[in-house]
Design a protein around this ligand. Structure first.
Ligand SMILES: Cc1cc2nc3c(=O)[nH]c(=O)nc-3n(C[C@H](O)[C@H](O)[C@H](O)COP(=O)(O)OP(=O)(O)OC[C@H]3O[C@@H](n4cnc5c(N)ncnc54)[C@H](O)[C@@H]3O)c2cc1C
Length: 268
């Protein structure tokens, strides 16, 4: 979380949000370049940052003026952190089949949410949750997006998943038990939630790709440095055929990435 707060000071909390609302006003291309560079330091931290930016982007594009003014400045300076809640235990790749239900209590003009999300990055740490829920019939058109603050009664979190990577950020279930939010917490229109979620993911996928590229780049550079430094039989192992830097570029990349992956695993 300390690192996250530093991101806010550096202007990374709302990389592609307008300057007027506290963002850095950069392009999606700029964002992928920043993400790729940050991921050479820590993929897990960077990935979490991209999810936070994705949520800000969804509020910016689909939120009302009131919602944008209320949340975007805080998301940009990272005094408020956001998580994205689409996946459920029974709805992964087939996200449009999600079953977390939000029913409108007309008397109070509040949505009552019941259900649960799985594998949510930042769950328990984030201050707000953009939750895709079923407000209508089956399929994508029955889904809406609700903003649910962390302190909402009925919202709780599962235990931290034991992962192979991205260990710096928690991945937990998010559970809703008669969780109530004002109807005004809807981002976009009723039934527009799947579109909101997919537009968010359009950028999210670019960012996760950029994260992977940054990770591969630093593994490659680490590998090249290592094969030059490491000496066996009185010479650098880079002088041997299989790890020689003058191999054809494609072979170097393919081989070195395999090699450096095993090296990185050994190096922790
Ligand atoms: C570390 C981590 C963090 C995550 N963070 C978030 C988050 O913040 N918010 C969130 O909403 N979700 C999050 N997720 C969930 C992630 O988006 C899902 O894991 C993903 O959508 C895949 O769903 P699934 O795991 O249920 O796999 P499944 O949908 O069960 O898929 C399993 C396998 O089957 C393949 N498959 C499925 N359907 C088809 C098909 N039609 N054709 C061919 N192959 C197919 C898939 O490609 C995959 O290889 C996270 C997951 C992880 C692991």
């Amino acid at each position: 979380m300390e690192t996250f707060n530093k991101f806010g000071d550096l202007g990374f909390g709302g990389i592609f949000i307008d300057g007027e609302l506290g963002g850095s006003g950069l392009s999606r291309t700029d964002t992928t370049v920043i993400v790729e560079a940050l991921a050479t330091g820590c993929v897990g931290t960077t990935a979490m940052l991209t999810i936070h930016n994705m949520c800000g982007g969804m509020i910016d594009k689909y939120g009302s003026e009131e919602q944008r003014k209320k949340w975007l400045p805080k998301l940009c300076d990272m005094s408020v952190k956001a998580s994205y809640c689409l996946t459920e235990p029974g709805a992964g790749s087939d996200a449009a089949s999600l079953s977390t239900k939000a029913v409108l209590d007309k008397a109070k003009n509040e949505y009552v949410i019941n259900g649960g999300k799985a594998f949510i990055s930042g769950a328990g740490q984030s201050d707000i949750y953009l939750v895709m829920c079923r407000t209508g019939g089956v399929g994508a058109s029955g889904i809406s997006c609700l903003l649910i603050p962390k302190d909402t009664p009925g919202l709780s979190f599962g235990s931290d998943e034991k992962k192979m990577g991205w260990k710096v950020q928690p991945t937990r279930q998010v559970i809703f038990e008669d969780c109530r939010v004002p109807a005004s917490n809807m981002i976009g229109k009723e039934g527009q939630g799947f579109q909101v979620a997919m537009v968010g993911l359009d950028g999210g996928r670019l960012n996760i790709g950029a994260c992977s590229l940054g990770a591969a780049q630093i593994c490659f550079e680490t590998c090249l440095k290592y094969v030059k430094e490491r000496k066996q039989f009185g010479k650098s192992i880079s002088d041997n055929q299989g790890t020689h830097p003058s191999l054809q570029p494609l072979t170097i990349h393919g081989y070195s990435l395999l090699f450096c992956t095993s090296y990185s695993i050994q190096a922790g």
